[in-house]
Design a protein around this ligand. Structure first.
Ligand code: PGA
Length: 252
């Protein structure tokens, strides 16, 4: 059975002091939910050390928002896999649409990062999803199939199992509008189907596929309970007290 995951993507928010106050505020309020769900806060890299300290003795995990694929060297401004691993961080978001669109990350670069991550026992949460322009049913399906294939280039079966795919329609990010539940299920089913074609049924059933884009305390329960949705990626609401009700969705 695939364990559900709730991932907070803090983006470029929260100074180290704000990070400490926020985690200390939420951590005792979400204890029960941690039995059934993996909760991962993907924080800015300057917050790693404080965030890790704050979650000691809890089951909350800390993740990165990005890494570079090279081992080390002259790559000003980047962080390596060894750097996050030494701290005890095992998850990273990769290929978020903001990385793709604002920082011009290509499918090829994202695949290199995914490969570097899985080769070094880091679990990448790889974002894919159609833009507003591609939002007609047919072109979105075609686009998502291509994107899924590009994520898994040169990834073997054992490595594939470490990857989580986050379906994030770009038009739903930060807009307070989400696709219908039918549509979310349909696309996540399609993504799993694409993975069946790549690795077979058994592996496809072990890979987690999550949804992201305007998830809040009102819509999480219905979204996370869809058959092919194994969790959610939460942006804006993950830096507010609302995140507590999101994580505790089973209580409502
Ligand atoms: P949102 O962001 O929850 O603010 O829509 C999601 C994301 O960017 O991952």
């Amino acid at each position: 059975m695939r364990k559900k995951m709730i991932i907070g993507n803090w983006k470029m928010n929260m100074t180290p002091n704000e990070c400490k106050s926020y985690i200390n505020f939420i951590k005792n309020k979400i204890d029960a939910a941690l039995e059934d769900n993996d909760i991962i806060l993907c924080v800015p890299s300057v917050d790693f050390i404080d965030a890790l300290k704050c979650v000691e003795n809890t089951k909350i995990m800390i993740g990165a928002q990005n890494i570079y694929f090279e081992k080390k060297g002259a790559f000003t401004g980047e962080i390596s896999i060894r750097m996050i691993k030494e701290l005890g961080i095992n998850y990273t978001i990769l290929g978020h649409s903001e990385r793709r669109n604002i920082f011009s990350e290509s499918e090829e670069l994202i695949n290199k990062k995914v490969r570097a991550a899985v080769e070094n026992s880091i679990n990448p949460i790889v974002c894919i999803g159609e833009s507003e322009k591609q939002n007609s049913k047919f072109s979105a399906a075609r686009f998502i199939k291509i994107q899924t294939g590009n994520v898994f280039v040169s990834i073997n079966t054992q490595q594939a199992k470490k990857i989580t795919i986050a379906y994030e329609p770009v038009w739903a990010i930060g807009t307070k509008s989400t696709p219908t539940l039918e549509r979310i299920q349909e696309v996540c089913y399609e993504i799993r189907n694409n993975i069946v074609n790549l690795y077979g049924q058994l592996i496809s059933e072990q890979i987690r596929i999550i949804y992201g884009g305007s998830v809040d305390s009102k819509n999480i329960k219905e979204i996370i309970n869809l058959p092919d949705v194994d969790g959610v990626l939460v942006g804006s609401a993950s830096i507010t007290p609302e995140f507590i009700s999101i994580v505790n969705y089973q209580k409502t």
